[in-house]
Every structure is written in structure tokens, then in C-alpha cells.
Design a protein. Sequence first.
Length: 289
Amino acid sequence: MSKPITRRTFMKRLFGSVLSLFGIGGGTYYYARHIEPSMLTVQEEVIESSRIPSSFHNKKILQFSDTHIGFHYDLGQFEKLVTSIQSQKPDLLLFTGDLIDAPDEVPTLTFEKIATILSRLDAPMGKFWIYGNHDHGGYGTEVIADTMKKAGFQLLQNSQALIEEQGDQILLAGLDDVMLGRPNISNALQGREKNFFTLLLCHEPDYAESVKQYEVDVQLSGHSHGGQVQIPFIGHLITPPFAERYVEGWYKTGNYPLSIYVSRGIGTTREPYRFLCRPEYTIHTLKQT
């Protein structure tokens, strides 16, 4: 009797079949498995709006997402990432979820090391984070929250914070994870004044279809990993639930309208490949228009 095909075996065969279809050899498979996942990109973007206060003009918001520590991403790589992020001297630092791939499988000492590494990051306007689906479940929910708190990050779980600069303010809100948490956009925006430029952190980008009913200027998300593998003329080989409509980069939806940015993230999950989809963290520069 033949053995059942695992998901990993299926994806490896599918990836190989697609590469063969385009006449691409085994060297490309090696590249996707061992090289591109380490080719970190600093993506620079601009967020423009007349609603951005003048004192926030040219402020740098750094977003990083989906490190998935433990799944082919170790603490040595994580330390290099943190060093790179700190070299950018961001004004505001945002993590959009999925710190560790499988928190239930991580020794307690590792969490302490992660907190120590993350505590090296500094941003004068604050450090904030939200839950991703891999941050929930088992004892992960509490231990991830404790780790991020020790590192000086403030959790936004259906809540908000006012970011101040020279008497001006913008509103930063964050949602609980869509898949395993209980997102509540009304609670996250409770008491919001219409004149506030509003940024929303939401791990799963497709939840924008619910967010677009509210007066939110920009939603920052992760979760998709940009599809991890992109094939010319085919597109993203596989995307997770709630990241099928919005996969990477910028989109707009709704009448307000809502702008959505989806980060390709840092690590991988399920399959340890990246192809034409380099890992990234993003510097968003605010511009008053």
C-alpha cells in the first residue's frame, strides 16, 4: 500500500511541476529553498494624505511582520533583523503579528531571549503590536503577550492609542486576530474623532472588507507572506485564508476610501520556500499633501 501524500510533499511536487513547465531546473528549487528566504528587502513606501498633521510630515513608520521564529528562521537571523530595523531609526515601530510559528513547541528560555533581542529596538513615538493567528492557541496567547510586554511593545487588541507630536495627534488602532481571536472594529475605533488620521493594524488583510465601512485611512496587514511563491503568468501559488483578495502591496477599497498595505513578511510557514517574493520589512514615510 502506498503512503499518503503529505501537504509538504504535494507542494514540493507542485512547485517542481510548475518550474518544469517553464523549463526551470533544480537550481531554482535550491534558490527558492535556501537563498531567497534570506534575501531581506527594505521596502520604502509613502503614505500621503491631507489629513496627516504637519508635525507628522516625513515621520517614518516601520512595519515588520510574520517572523515565524522556529520554522526555518532562527534567533541568529532574528538578531540580524532587529539590528537592521534599528539602523533605520524609525519614529514609530509596528509589528503586525505571527512572532513565533508554534509557540507551544518553544522552550521558556527562548521566549526570554526573544524579549531581550526585541528590547533593543527603540522608537520615540512608541512600539506597538497585534496578534496574528500563530500567536493564539495553547499557552501561546499569554506567553507571546508577556514576551512582547517585556520587550517594551504595547498590545493593541481591539484598542487604540493616540500618537502625539508637537501637540498634533494621529490615531493608531489594532484588531485581535481574525482567525483565532475576536476582532471588534467598533471597540478599536471607539471615541474616534473624525479629524484624526487613522491607521489600523489587522493581521489578515481581507478583513478590510469589514473595515471599509468605517472611517479608517490606512490598514497595515501581513499574514499572506506575499504568497511566498509567485510564478510568472500564474501569480501567487498559494495564499492562506483571509489573504486571498489582498496579497501584497497597496490596494484601495470602499467609498471612504480605505488604503490597504500588505507586507510580504519576514519568515515562512507551512512550506520553507520563497520565489520571486523576497522577505521584507517596510518603511512608511508620512507625507502631508
